[in-house]
Write a protein that binds this ligand. Structure first.
Ligand code: 6A9
Length: 768
């Protein structure tokens, strides 16, 4: 305890929620060479944009539109990834997370390829070149002409400046020069390659903030008439205000309007170091890019061995694209989250911090999610352990003094712009599955020696944070009786929800006890804690610390007899939650005593039978599988036999596309939670839990026991179904999806979703 606490200082409790765990940060000891990962496509929310891993970076980005389809309200202008754009396709097809990336975008029958190559040297990342190439796949009246806009902006004017390099005779922007504290002097050069007519204009102005770049451009667009043809152009310098003052520019845009095909090359160079070397441009760029591609292909095969396993070229390319869009979605975010505890009346800002993390979906959720990231970590660690350890470091640096890590990280203006206000505040009593233990377990079994030789020092620094995290879960999420756990954050007061959500579990609307109480116990959380204790014991062992406590906890939690007493429903023969529950609930429109006033009111829940304390065992689904998923069930147990039987039943979870989240027999199967809240984890097929199922099946096919053959047989079937469907849906729609329908296997929810859905690559490669 601090002195302040001992003296009963009033602010002590209030300030705990946003007090960092400690001032010594993991990011400082992470072995990741900052120089190698300094520049990147770290703007996850953008179709294409390069920025640095600095709190306030120099940012660059692409926009485009077709003049025939541009609308006055701004639609038709492409900038941030959004499903509203209805692009036929977009995603990184090759990206190594370090040196280069190639992305294919299809819009209006035009293939837009965005690629970049870095030339890492010196300090602070060196140089890079990007190419935007637009070629018609099929010419139509709408796509004759494209306008490509490329901009440079600085987030913080006190950190540097940017200025246009104008060719005044031609009235075109040749480039941008500038300076920031970190980068020193730099310039960007533009080069347009086209055989037809090109129209160029530019804008130099001050944008209010990064969230309003598109609006700023729209504000300045004007129509110019050249030889009787109307063109949308930018006005050049727009820095003078009506009151005679001039603005300092922080936003510089070049616009190239041309018939297809057209190519825009952007070269970023720091200082003059580069001028002594061959410039990364034209043919030489193509050669360097090709080399990186070849290197990527070789490394991909070494890592995942898909060709060796017999996959054909199309299948391997599918896997490469799934993987690349995941690694290519890694972003660098900076800002302060908004948090709350019982001691704060209002939300308070977390300390300002960076986050380096992949994201579930570039279009819909381009920000960090705690439990998603543990799944991403399996793929990322397979590819580049340095990179993954740096991601882990960033996340664990976000731990507060209580040992809590917020579930969703909404950092910076751009991230905030995508989140409705009601979802912004993170509450310090709320958990999210500690999937980083899965990542660490995976690293221990696949990358142990690399971890030991290269990251031991980091691991030592990480360990106290893992201990605190474990402690936080073990104390704040514990249930009423020993060995039980309960997700906090359920709303027991509401009469709006058919079954109050458990967002903290990650499984949002998956049915739990109908009436949340403190007596509840959640089987999935108990299993996560079992896994956590086992990984902690392993890490303690490696680091030469006392393993005693974690081993004891693991022995206690993995004891099947005890587990079964708490969570095995003898009547239904399934694992289940326990709590105050009734299935007899329904959403109904409230009836009004007076008929005179027509009030349209939301449906409310009516409870038709008194709830009782019991197992929530009429809903079979992902939660019921947890003791199996996390490999806790004894290999020779009746429970394992029963689970294997249940998994294969089509009336429960089995489909040709993977396991559905909730059995068809569940009273809540595919039910709305409120009128406005469609079913989410109430039937759809989700890849993350299917991946765990496949991994568990493989595990039980290998450990000695009476059901080995059975597990192996189901393993093959389930794995094939999942791979086949995700592949087929991608072929059909060009995207990976958030989840898949259990009747037809169709992609549902947000897209592209190359978060955990890209685990399909590990299924193909059979790495668990
Ligand atoms: C809603 C709406 C533009 C929900 O993949 C991220 C999470 C998972 O962690 C969780 O398990 N997704 C899953 O049930 C998406 C969550 C999005 C919440 C924010 C805002 C945006 O409107």
């Amino acid at each position: 305890l601090t002195i302040a606490a001992c003296l009963g200082y009033k602010g002590y409790n209030e300030t705990r929620v946003n007090t960092p765990f400690s001032n010594s940060k993991l990011v400082e000891v992470s072995r990741l060479d900052k120089n190698d990962y300094y520049w990147g496509s770290y703007r996850s929310n953008m179709y294409f944009g390069m920025k640095t891993r600095e709190p306030y970076s120099l940012v660059t980005g692409l926009m485009w539109y077709f003049s025939r389809t541009l609308q006055a309200d701004g639609s038709g202008m492409r900038h941030w990834c959004t499903q509203n754009d209805r692009l036929e396709k977009y995603g990184w097809t090759k990206h190594d997370g370090k040196n280069f990336g190639i992305q294919e975008i299809i819009d209006n029958n035009v293939l837009i390829t965005t690629s970049f190559v870095k030339d890492i040297h010196g300090s602070n990342g060196g140089d890079w070149t990007a190419k935007i190439n637009a070629t018609a796949i099929k010419s139509t009246s709408r796509n004759k002409e494209i306008s490509l806009l490329f901009y440079t902006a600085i987030e913080d004017k006190t950190n540097g400046n940017i200025n246009p390099i104008v060719d005044h005779s031609a009235e075109i922007l040749k480039g941008v020069e500038g300076q920031t504290k970190d980068l020193g002097y730099f310039d960007l050069n533009f080069n347009v390659i086209s055989s037809g007519e090109v129209d160029q204009s530019y804008l130099v102005t001050a944008a209010p903030n990064l969230g309003l770049l598109k609006e700023t451009i729209f504000h300045h667009f004007k129509i110019s008439k050249k030889a009787n043809v109307e063109k949308i152009v930018l006005p050049g310098e727009a820095l003078r205000l009506n009151n005679g003052k001039t603005l300092v520019p922080n936003f510089i845009v070049t616009q190239v309007t041309a018939e297809l095909p057209v190519e825009l090359e952007i070269r970023f160079e720091r200082n003059s170091i580069a001028s002594q070397k061959e410039k990364l441009t034209g043919k030489y760029y193509d050669t360097v890019l090709k080399n990186y591609e070849n290197h990527f292909d070789t490394k991909f095969e070494d890592t995942f061995k898909l060709k060796t396993k017999g996959y054909n070229k199309t299948e391997v390319n599918f896997a490469k694209a799934a993987f690349s869009n995941m690694i290519g979605s890694i972003g660098y975010f900076y800002g302060s989250a908004q948090v709350k505890s019982v001691y704060t009346d209002l939300p308070v800002p977390y300390w300002k911090a960076p986050l380096f993390s992949a994201v579930p979906s570039r279009s819909f959720f381009p920000r960090g999610f705690l439990w998603d990231e543990g799944f991403h970590g399996l793929l990322l660690a397979s590819w580049d352990l340095d990179l993954e350890m740096d991601i882990i470091s960033h996340w664990f640096d976000l731990m507060n003094v209580e040992g809590w890590i917020p579930r969703e990280m909404i950092l910076g203006e751009e991230a905030l712009a995508k989140v409705p206000q009601e979802f912004v505040t993170q509450v310090n009593t709320n958990a999210n599955p500690p999937t980083f233990f899965l990542t660490l377990q995976y690293i221990l079994s696949h990358k142990r020696s690399e971890l030991m030789t290269k990251h031991l020092h980091l691991l030592e620094k990480l360990y106290p944070r893992l201990q605190a995290w474990f402690e936080w879960f073990n104390s704040t999420q514990k249930g009423e009786i020993s060995g039980t756990y309960r997700w906090r954050g359920r709303n027991g007061e509401t009469n709006r929800e058919l079954n109050p959500k458990t967002l903290t579990s990650g499984l949002d609307d998956y049915p739990r006890a109908s009436h949340p109480t403190v007596h509840e116990r959640h089987v999935d959380l108990r299993c996560w804690m079992t896994l956590a204790s086992s990984v902690m014991a392993n890490l303690a062992d490696i680091l030469g610390k006392s393993t005693h406590k974690y081993e004891n906890t693991f022995d206690y939690l993995s004891d099947n007899k005890h587990l079964n007493e708490l969570h095995w429903s003898p009547t239904m023969s399934v694992y289940a939650d326990y709590g105050l529950h009734t299935d007899k609930v329904r959403l109904e429109r409230p009836k009004h005593a007076s008929r005179q006033v027509q009030v349209s009111q939301d449906k409310v829940r009516v409870v038709l039978a008194e709830p009782e304390e019991k197992f929530v065992d009429t809903s079979f689904g992902y939660v019921s599988l947890f003791p199996f998923l996390l490999k806790i069930v004894d290999p020779d147990s009746y429970q394992l036999q029963k689970i294997l039987q249940d998994i294969e039943k089509p009336e429960l979870l089995w489909t040709n596309y993977g396991l559905r989240s909730l059995a068809r027999s569940s009273p809540i199967y595919m039910k709305h939670n409120t009128e406005h809240d469609p079913p989410y984890w109430r039937g759809a097929i989700w890849m993350n839990l299917n991946y765990l199922t496949v991994a568990a099946l493989q595990h039980y096919s290998k450990v000695e026991g009476p059901y080995q053959v059975e597990a192996g047989r189901i393993y093959t079937k389930l794995r094939n179904n999942l791979i086949k469907n995700v592949f087929y849906q991608q072929k059909k729609t060009n995207y990976l999806w958030e989840n898949y329908g259990d009747k037809l296997g169709e992609g549902k929810g947000s897209h592209p979703f190359t978060g955990w859905t890209s685990l399909v690559v590990l299924l193909m490669s059979e790495q668990y």
